[in-house]
Design a protein around this ligand. Structure first.
Ligand code: NAP
Length: 245
């Protein structure tokens, strides 16, 4: 991955931060995008110790101007974008009957619409360069469904269909578009679960533990590598055996 330029969204914490660190260790120059200034700067400091040219932009992925500015500045600084990891994601859980329109819209905007927008923006330079690796972070529940998460599940299932369509549109340009679908990974997102829910989840995971962000980062790095160039439109599950496709 030497000198490749990789954008990672939601890189201030959790899976995104570890993915960014991992890509940097493999030689990439990483552009971090997240909407919280202090943590993104902390992450940048950590990553610059590995990959000094790396950059960070404080941007809400639901803001079109923020995304446009981030891509513009990335191209100005590096002249290229080789890898995009669409990782930013949120949950706003409720049973459908009680789910507010605002929570539906927010989750779809952060988790899915932002991916459409950012992917569309980076495709131009990737098509020109005839090289690109796009990895979208879906979820096991995007395939299995999950009560109380209709908005989140719709967004994560949407990413899988989106990735397949864009993969077909861009395959001839040497651009691959794949998903990684984590199961239950120990991050702030799963810390929010109550102990009873955590216990119930653990009892269903054949490997008996939650995964780590590193488990996900290895899968992302593989799909983002040159060596994965003949794999496109796929979903790689990282879930300790919880679901087998
Ligand atoms: P996390 O620790 O909560 O991290 C989410 C990241 O997304 C944060 O860096 C956050 O930045 C960023 N983000 C949220 N809204 C944003 C916005 N509007 N604009 C820009 N950045 C935004 O969660 P995580 O567990 O690492 O999740 C990462 C991805 O993996 C998500 O897409 C999630 O759906 C997926 N996933 C996670 C699990 C799991 O078990 N943890 C399982 C399956 C899939 P700020 O903090 O700055 O807002």
């Amino acid at each position: 991955m030497q000198d490749r330029v990789a954008i990672v969204t939601g890189a201030s914490s959790g899976i995104g931060r570890v993915v960014a660190i991992h890509l940097a260790k493999l030689g990439a120059r990483v552009v971090l995008i997240s909407n919280e200034s202090i943590r993104i700067l902390e992450a940048l400091e950590e990553i610059r110790a590995i990959s000094p040219e790396s950059e960070a932009f404080e941007a809400d992925v639901t803001s079109l101007p923020c995304l446009e500015e981030s891509v513009k500045l990335t191209i100005e600084k590096f002249g290229r974008i080789d890898i995009l990891v669409n990782n930013a994601g949120i949950t706003r859980d409720a049973l459908l009957i009680r789910m507010s329109h605002a929570d539906w819209d927010r989750v779809l905007n952060v988790n899915l619409t932002s991916v459409f927008r950012l992917t569309r923006m980076v495709l131009k330079p990737m098509m020109k360069a005839r090289y690109g690796r796009i990895v979208n972070i879906s979820s096991v529940v995007g395939v299995t469904g999950n009560p109380g998460q209709a908005n989140y599940v719709a967004s994560k299932a949407g990413l899988i269909g989106f990735s397949k369509s864009v993969a077909l549109e861009t395959a001839s340009r040497n651009i691959t578009v794949n998903c990684v679908a984590p199961g239950f990974i120990a991050t702030a997102m799963t810390d929010a679960l109550n102990p009873k829910a955590k216990e119930a989840i653990l009892s269903r995971i054949p490997m008996g533990t939650m995964g780590s962000p590193e488990d996900v980062a290895h899968a992302v790095a593989f799909l983002a590598s040159e060596q994965a160039g003949y794999i496109t439109g796929e979903t790689l599950h990282v879930n300790g055996g919880l679901y087998m496709g």
